[in-house]
Design a protein. Structure first.
Length: 120
């Protein structure tokens, strides 16, 4: 039984890492057909199975921070110093947000559900 649980935990980590790696690759090499949908789908999987209840708040804070960075930063200005670096960073962060946002919605809905229906 312990082997099965370990395998499932490893699989969950791999799904998360796969999403981040895809976000980085797409940020560097450009958009591929259907990759946004793939990132969204992987984000949903992460939200449903990867985030444990004890980590909900930390996960939500991390995703909110990521979304705020997208809104307030203009990393493209780095291109003036190092050509294309800012564009790559901006694209990577946007793709990471596409991946993480569905996970955050699922985690938030699970947290609201737990708040409403907890028997404390």
């Amino acid at each position: 039984m312990n082997t099965i649980l370990k395998y499932i935990k490893d699989w969950r980590k791999l799904v998360f890492l796969l999403g981040l790696i895809i976000a980085i690759i797409v940020g560097i090499f450009g958009e591929f057909r259907g990759v946004g949908l793939l990132l969204l789908f992987l984000g949903l999987i992460v939200g449903f199975i990867n985030i444990e209840k004890k980590n909900n708040i930390n996960f939500m804070i991390a995703v909110l921070t990521l979304l705020m960075v997208i809104n307030v930063s203009n990393l493209i200005k780095i291109d003036d110093i190092i050509p294309k670096l800012g564009s790559y960073l901006q694209a990577i962060i946007i793709n990471a947000a596409i991946f993480m946002s569905p996970a955050a919605v699922i985690v938030a809905l699970k947290e609201v559900y737990n708040l409403i229906f907890s028997k404390k």
